[in-house]
Write a protein of this length. Structure first.
Length: 394
């Protein structure tokens, strides 16, 4: 069994990785911005350490990880969030014999570039949202030319570099040209080129793949039921669905175009008007609802570590549709947003449930097939840590 270091200990995906690999017998170590974090509270975490922020201090972050790799005798390093991946993939030569089961930095950056991914997908015949590319904030005339409102404004990267410094960038919405102009003024220069997309109304479907050495090792799919923020973001309640094999094939072909080897989430929206799936983006890393895939029978972290070690992973696992994952505190945030803010303020689609309907759905605390994301009876401490953190933020 291996000694494994996992970054970003406050992420739910990191907790899922720690629980998965800990059950498999590996020795798990966690780094985060603070020692007492979500994943470090797990019974499966052997040790934890605080590390500098990889977004604002990537060199210091890498130096701390390098030190921990040596002192803990680490065999495998698993970065989870994008800033950690950017920092460590650029410095993997500093980690000695420890493996990072991801491709080189150039491949990761290419697949993280929304503009490049959507252009490649369109050239392959995949449906993508109608969009305009803005090189500068004052190109608003190009943005509104022929596009239907409402629109979504997406920086071409979620983490961009400007003046030698990295920063995380947000997605914004605009209902009309006046709001678009206002939102454009709020973006920093690092956000450009900016994607202005016609908003696709409809359910979200995620296709999750593990490709290694040219073989499809695992596949999973889920549908989003509720998100945070409510207009679109991370899923707070989602359900496993049978693999949509057409989308699986398209997703695999897209990853192959980028020479990708590792885990990835490929996100689609099913247009409510036409039923046509539109590719939204690709996240070439572990995702927030990872625990749902593990619960349903597809243990991506264990499969990735086995594949990277040259061990057999067998055929792609068959999983159970109908499993649901609820992130309790994320769902509370979803409900509070619905109660405190109007549909216009939240940029909700016209067919969004009413506040009363949202309240009723939230109060359906449990139904067969549901599991909570962080609360597990054999490993309860992470939920207590998360609860304390949520209350401190209020």
């Amino acid at each position: 069994m291996s000694a494994i270091l996992v970054t970003d200990g406050d992420q739910r995906a990191t907790l899922a990785v720690v629980r998965s690999l800990g059950r498999a017998g590996h020795r798990l170590h966690v780094v985060a911005g603070r020692r007492h974090c979500l994943a470090a509270a797990s019974r499966y975490a052997r040790a934890a350490a605080a590390a500098p922020d990889p977004l604002t201090a990537p060199d210091d972050f890498v130096a701390e990880v390098e030190r921990r790799v040596r002192s803990w005798g680490i065999d495998v390093v698993l970065p989870v969030a994008e800033p950690s991946l950017l920092a460590l993939l650029a410095a993997r030569h500093r980690l000695g014999d420890a493996r990072i089961p991801f491709p080189e930095l150039d491949a990761f950056r290419a697949l993280s570039d929304k503009r490049r991914v959507l252009a490649t997908a369109a050239s392959m015949g995949l449906a993508v949202p109608d969009q305009r590319i803005l090189a500068r904030p004052d190109d608003i005339a190009d943005a509104v030319n022929g596009i239907r409102f409402p629109v979504v404004l997406k920086p071409h990267r979620s983490v961009a570099t400007s003046g030698g410094r990295r920063q995380k960038l947000e997605v914004r919405h605009a209902a009309d040209a006046a709001e678009l102009a206002e939102q454009l003024r709020r973006f920093p220069p690092a956000a450009f080129p900016l994607l202005v997309q016609r908003r696709v109304h409809g359910p979200g479907v995620g296709v999750f793949l593990l490709v290694w050495e040219g073989r499809l090792r695992a596949v999973f799919a889920h549908r989003r039921i509720r998100e945070k923020p409510p207009a679109g973001g991370v899923s707070v309640y989602c359900e496993s669905v049978a693999p949509p094999w057409g989308l699986v094939a398209s997703s695999r072909a897209l990853l192959d175009r980028f020479g990708w080897s590792g885990v990835a989430m490929v996100e689609y929206k099913l247009d409510a008007e036409t039923g046509l799936p539109h590719l939204m983006e690709v996240n070439p890393r572990f995702w927030g609802s990872l625990q749902l895939a593990i619960d349903a029978g597809v243990d991506f972290p264990a499969l990735l570590v086995r594949a990277a070690a040259g061990l057999s992973t067998g055929p792609p696992p068959v999983y159970r549709p109908g499993n649901r994952l609820r992130w309790w505190w994320g769902d509370v945030d979803h409900l509070l947003a619905r109660l405190r803010r109007s549909p216009a303020e939240l940029a909700l689609p016209p067919d969004a449930p009413s506040r009363w309907a949202a309240m009723f759905e939230f109060l359906r605390i449990w139904r067969p097939g549901d599991r909570e994301c962080t609360l597990r009876l054999r490993d309860p401490a992470p939920f207590l840590q998360e609860t304390a953190d949520w209350l401190r933020r209020r």
